[in-house]
Design a protein around this ligand. Sequence first.
Ligand code: SAM
Length: 270
Amino acid sequence: MSNSDNQPDWAAIAEKFDLWLPQIAPVGEALLEGLAARPGDRIIDLGSGTGEPALTLARCMQGQVDITGVDAAGPMVDVAQRKVKDEGLSGIRFMHMPAEQLDFADNSFDRAMSRFGVMLFNDPLQGLKETHRVLKPGGHFSIAVWSTPETMPTLLWSYQAFSKRIAEDAAPPLHKVTSLGRPGVLDEMLAEAGFREVDIVPHTFHYQFDSFDAYWDIVEASDILKQQYDALPKDQHAAIREEIAVLANVHMSDNGLVIPHEFLLATGVK
Ligand SMILES: C[S@@+](CC[C@H](N)C(=O)[O-])C[C@H]1O[C@@H](n2cnc3c(N)ncnc32)[C@H](O)[C@@H]1O
């Protein structure tokens, strides 16, 4: 999926995205706690990527819930669906579908979730309106979005380092990724989509790496900044790594590189 807001090309990096899953696992735990799925629930996961946190839920509640993940990038869906097959999981499937146009009847699901999907949708409000439409009256949602730029150091560092060297319209997607993080923005959008009893709580968790090199090796191996590297003259690649290593150094400790990040966990009811 190419796009005009500099997101990673999710389709192109689908096979590499799992390199990040250990880092964002705590977000999935909080999200599933907020979801409070019950046996018998029909559940939708929006922007389900390579399958998390839907797969974790399916493993925990094997056979007791019915989960459908949807994602706009076909290769992401393929990776998730391969895990279902390899693990022989039942009651879970992934489908290629944009969140803004869900191919489900009104009132189809008891629960809806999304980890780090909603702010990346082309039209987040339309995605939330669709989520509202397919939830049953009284159905719950649990959604995690990134918070503000200052609380997302890794992307902020990349933005600072690249935006000095390449055009703003090619810079890392700091604005899109944190577009729902400012106080009031997500609340207003969820209300406009029709949700009630909305509760939004900031949570801090930590990226943890043995060293800066261990962190940056994953950045490079996952191609998460491929568009930005492609826009950068080759002779400046090393300078980016060195500059970000200096910024990251404030988070080096005896435990390695431990970087706090904040996300907003939103829960509520249709
Ligand atoms: C940061 S990844 C998160 C994946 C997964 N939820 C996780 O937490 O591991 C964001 C995902 O949102 C998907 N996405 C972006 N825009 C979308 C849209 N309009 N509809 C559905 N999925 C979308 C991307 O393809 C990508 O797989």
